[in-house]
Design a protein around this ligand. Structure first.
Ligand code: F6R
Length: 261
């Protein structure tokens, strides 16, 4: 695990965008796993800037998103299809045919989940998966008690996750979907690299547990301790409760030049 603590969310987002951009420049056929939510928005903004100003090319990139609500039409303003289009896809040159987001409107949800897993396998797996983290430790929508070996499947959102997302649904809990399709924890663990972003003091407790606590399905993010290439990019506030934060800073500051971005 590599824990990179930056002074601000903006600085962390620039590091995250550079990690992704370096991968895409080194391998234009990269397969990227993407996330929604508030956390990655500034990273997407920086990638868009790099596309416009530095010619960062996504024309051969393939993408897979972590999750989607069940029962929301794809064009619904709060669907993750709409989110990704607004915050990234319409601003860069990734071909539509290379974008994969679970279809929460599929008539046969288990078949859709199997199709999504098969599509990941067909392109040889995901090179880098971008992640946020829920205050309860969820990654994707793998809520506490999710199997740490799970694959893409339907999940019931916790009351907390629905309440957290109600702000996007006119603060009306009744409008927040009850179910989602999400990549499983096992699906995420199969990605060759994971890049988890967390910003703000409301993530400090869960980050301390995810990085320094015991591995447990009660905090699914703890399994990332077992991932061979997991980077956590945090701001000061999200890293504030890490017992060894001075050590993580020391490691980052003393990286050999060739490992720096
Ligand atoms: C998003 C996702 C979720 C979010 C998490 C944090 O696709 O799967 O795990 O990353 O809920 O959300 P924010 O970034 O809004 O705090």
């Amino acid at each position: 695990m590599e824990i990179i603590i930056q002074p601000t969310p903006e600085a962390g987002s620039i590091i995250a965008a550079r990690i992704i951009a370096r991968l895409v420049r080194e391998n234009p056929d990269s397969v990227l796993g993407l996330a929604t939510g508030a956390t990655p928005v500034a990273t997407y903004r920086e990638l868009i800037r790099m596309h416009r100003e530095e010619g960062l090319d996504f024309s051969r990139v393939t993408t897979f998103n972590l999750d989607e609500y069940v029962g929301l039409p794809l064009e619904h303003p709060q669907s993750y299809h709409t989110f990704m289009d607004e915050h990234l896809f319409r601003h860069i040159n990734v071909p539509r045919g290379r974008i994969h987001i679970p279809d929460g409107m599929a008539a046969d949800i288990p078949a859709e989940c199997a199709r999504f897993e098969a599509a990941i396998r067909a392109v040889g797996g995901i090179d880098l998966q971008l992640l946020g983290i829920g205050a309860n430790g969820h990654i994707g929508f793998n809520e506490p008690a999710s199997s740490l070996a799970s694959r893409t499947r339907i999940k019931t959102l916790t009351a907390q996750s629905r309440a957290d997302n109600a702000r996007h649904f006119d603060n009306d809990l009744a409008k927040v979907p009850m179910h989602c399709i999400t990549m499983g924890v096992g699906t995420i663990m199969d990605c060759r690299q994971v890049l988890l972003l967390a910003f703000g003091e409301n993530k400090a407790d869960v980050i301390a547990e995810a990085c320094e606590g015991a591995i447990s399905a009660m905090n699914p993010a703890t399994i990332l301790q077992m991932h061979p290439v997991a980077k956590f990019v945090l701001d000061e506030a999200a890293g504030a409760k890490l017992r060894r934060r001075d050590y993580y800073r020391y490691v980052w500051e003393n990286k050999p030049e060739w490992q720096r971005l």
